[in-house]
Design a protein around this ligand. Structure first.
Ligand SMILES: NC(=O)c1ccc[n+]([C@@H]2O[C@H](COP(=O)([O-])OP(=O)(O)OC[C@H]3O[C@@H](n4cnc5c(N)ncnc54)[C@H](OP(=O)(O)O)[C@@H]3O)[C@@H](O)[C@H]2O)c1
Length: 221
């Protein structure tokens, strides 16, 4: 399997690349800063410089051509203002979706966020972020790709606990990025993962068991 990852130098993405590498899968790591190429390459991905806010859809489509799955793990980040929540978190995710369609990349996974199910309507930057995530997710769900949406709560840099709670109904919490990466890696391998929107946080179930239970339920279509 070849997995194209947008935001490849990000914290979840780097751990996902390492897991894919350990499983013998290939990764294309999309980065915007050429200085990140060595880090991404060392983790095991083929780095491709492509700024999601600047690239045209066909440029991005060329960058991910031949992949089996596209993963949106990018984000404007905590220091960014409202404008980049729209150009990056919303439009970047949708551009990757359009590129996946253009390049016939079947699977599309997005790291969204809890709160996107009911984002506030005010001008607070975090509210704009949640609305951006919500709009991107709506486009993903309306698409003809084999999509999966993962909505974690507060991400932490603690070591992965290997234990999570996964639900189709919204719930808040916190979760190590390492555990989110492990969930993504497992979802990429599973033919039952498409057409699901999953909330993920730290919990008491081993990742494998939590996923087995949720993936045994029928998908949304
Ligand atoms: N923080 C939280 O608690 C939280 C909670 C729920 C969900 N999330 C979501 O989880 C996802 C992953 O989070 P994370 O903390 O692992 O991410 P991260 O470490 O902040 O990494 C984000 C990556 O996106 C890249 N990026 C930004 N703008 C870009 C552009 N125009 N083109 C290409 N790449 C670009 C960044 O590259 P540069 O280094 O070049 O900027 C960075 O490598 C994000 O979508 C985030 O919104 C976060």
């Amino acid at each position: 399997m070849v997995v194209a990852i947008a935001g490849a130098h990000g914290k979840i993405a780097m751990q996902l690349i390492a897991l894919l590498q350990a499983h013998g899968e290939q990764a294309i790591g999309l980065i915007r800063n050429p200085e990140h190429a060595d880090d991404v390459g060392r983790e095991g991905a083929t780095p491709v410089v492509c700024d999601l806010e600047r690239a045209a859809v066909d440029e991005l489509a060329d960058a991910i051509a031949g992949a089996d799955a596209a993963v949106f793990a990018a984000g404007a980040g905590p220091g960014s203002g409202a404008a980049r929540k729209l150009t990056m978190d919303r439009d970047g995710a949708i551009k990757l979706l359009d590129a996946a369609r253009a390049s016939r990349v079947r699977r599309y996974l997005i790291v969204s966020s809890v709160g996107a199910e009911n984002p506030p309507g005010d001008d607070d930057v975090f509210s704009v972020y949640l609305r951006a995530k919500a709009e991107a997710d709506r486009a993903v769900m309306a698409s003809d790709r084999d999509w999966t949406i993962v909505r974690p709560g507060r991400l932490t840099d603690e070591p992965g606990a290997g234990r999570v709670r996964i639900d189709t109904a919204p719930f808040s919490g916190r979760v190590p990025r390492e555990d989110v990466a492990a969930v993504l890696a497992r979802l990429l391998q599973d033919p039952r993962a498409p057409h699901r929107l999953l909330y993920v946080n730290g919990g008491s179930q081993p990742i494998e068991r939590a996923l087995e239970e949720i993936l045994a339920e029928p998908a949304s279509r």
